[in-house]
Write a new protein. Structure first.
Length: 437
């Protein structure tokens, strides 16, 4: 067994072990709710993540092994990257360096066990890149066809796949390679892309294109603009790139065989920098750009002293992340939440009927207790819970799991219920009793 396969299987085992013991994050629990209500698509996102959760339902009694199908699915994208390195005639040493980077960078390594719409996108993005590279090198009709299939399935994963086309256009235009494209085969890409993305298109056509509209407003429009957004974006992305490697990435931008990596990184980063002047950009929105960034720098001759420094930083970050999981009571909110909600599952029986103030709380309590916990109708933003029949309580007395600062929707205040906090918990979480007259 060569070194690639040794690293592949060992890292997969580590991911499965962590995924087994780490409670589902609130967003993961939300997608688990989807997987119990299968649809062609959903208001918030396309359906692929719900389908992956559905594949793991038979593993639900075993820890949090419901993640296993998704973890294994994404982990096999390493074979895609291996093929990309072969296609570009990059060395085994470069591939090994790349493997260690994306397995040790927390948001790509440990972060890859978290089942969100980013997970399937991170599989279909490099798969599309592989076929695109084959098109500009070989140009068989089958590569155009498979590119369409991959883009269509990517569209069922996360709408960000449309940026792949923008990256490709920039590459072909700025490198003056349009002449390579065999237009008689482009129809295959379009047709198969349309067929494989059809579930999302059909659902949106039947639901007033709600999902498309929500995502456009979510990413490109805010009620009020804040000058800090572009600065936060630049600082956050620069740190995620690992500053010493960003320098070498810029130096390696002119290597002809590495230019696909360059364009499929920079175009994404600049696109979201532009949108940061319209709305706040969440750090995970640029995730698909980072593997190509690390692929490019892996192919360069970087001094061993620099790489040893990078390895040291990454090892310390991973140890700190694992340590924070073990001491979750004092950890950052995103690490605190899954352990906290897991420890509160008995509250669903103690306070009945129990509602959540947002989809994160409701989904988490529902997943851990395996008892339905609905969201108060119209509370927080519109989401999947607002499409369910049981979105507004009909009982005279209800209990609500919330943070003290969370506001109720207007209709609750209009009914003027008597409110009483019956239990206070960590981090300002409370259970409040509402008695309607």
């Amino acid at each position: 067994m060569n070194f690639f396969f040794q690293i592949f299987w060992l890292s997969l085992l580590v991911k499965l072990v962590i995924g087994y013991f780490l409670p589902l994050l609130p967003d993961e629990a939300y997608y688990w709710i989807w997987s119990n209500n299968l649809q062609l698509s959903y208001y918030d996102h396309p359906p692929m993540i719900a389908w992956l959760f559905r594949l793991g339902h038979f593993l639900e009694p075993y820890g949090h092994a419901i993640r296993f199908p998704g973890i294994i699915f994404l982990h096999f994208s390493l074979f895609i990257w291996r093929e990309i390195f072969k296609q570009l005639r990059l060395s085994e040493e470069s591939l090994t360096r790349f493997l260690f980077l994306i397995l040790l960078v927390p948001y790509l390594g440990i972060g890859s066990i978290i089942l969100t719409p980013d997970l399937p996108l991170m599989f279909f993005w490099p798969l599309s890149l592989l076929f695109f590279i084959r098109i500009i090198q070989i140009g068989k009709w089958s590569d155009y066809t498979w590119l369409g299939v991959s883009l269509g399935l990517g569209f069922l994963s996360k709408y960000h796949i449309v940026l792949f086309l923008i990256c490709a256009i920039f590459y072909l235009s700025l490198e003056r390679k349009w002449s390579i494209i065999k237009w008689k085969y482009v129809g295959f890409t379009f047709a198969f892309g349309l067929v494989f993305s059809s579930p999302v298109i059909i659902w949106n056509a039947a639901n007033d294109f709600q999902s498309f509209t929500f995502q456009l407003k979510h990413g490109l429009k805010a009620e009020s603009w804040k000058w800090i957004w572009p600065l936060e974006y630049l600082a956050g992305q620069f740190l995620m790139l690992l500053p010493p490697l960003a320098f070498y990435f810029y130096k390696g931008r002119k290597a002809d065989n590495l230019k696909p990596f360059y364009y499929f990184t920079v175009t994404v980063l600049f696109f979201f920098f532009a949108t940061s002047f319209k709305s706040s950009v969440e750090m995970n929105w640029t995730l698909m750009a980072f593997p190509s960034f690390f692929a490019l720098v892996s192919a360069l001759d970087i001094p061993q002293k620099t790489m040893r420094f990078i390895w040291g930083i990454l090892i310390v970050l991973n140890m700190a992340l694992i340590g924070s999981m073990l001491s979750w009571h004092s950890a950052h909110g995103k690490i605190f939440e899954p352990f906290f909600f897991s420890s509160q599952k008995q509250k669903v029986e103690k306070y009945e009927p129990l509602y959540g103030i947002n989809y994160q709380i409701s989904s988490s309590l529902w997943y851990f207790s395996k008892t339905p916990v609905y969201k108060i109708g119209d509370a927080s933003r519109f989401d999947f819970f607002d499409t369910l029949d049981s979105k507004r309580p009909t009982e005279k007395v209800i209990y609500v799991f919330k943070e003290k600062t969370n506001e109720y929707p207007t209709w609750v205040y209009d009914l003027k219920p008597e409110m009483e906090i019956v239990e206070e918990m960590e981090r300002n979480y409370v259970i409040e009793k509402l008695e309607f007259k």
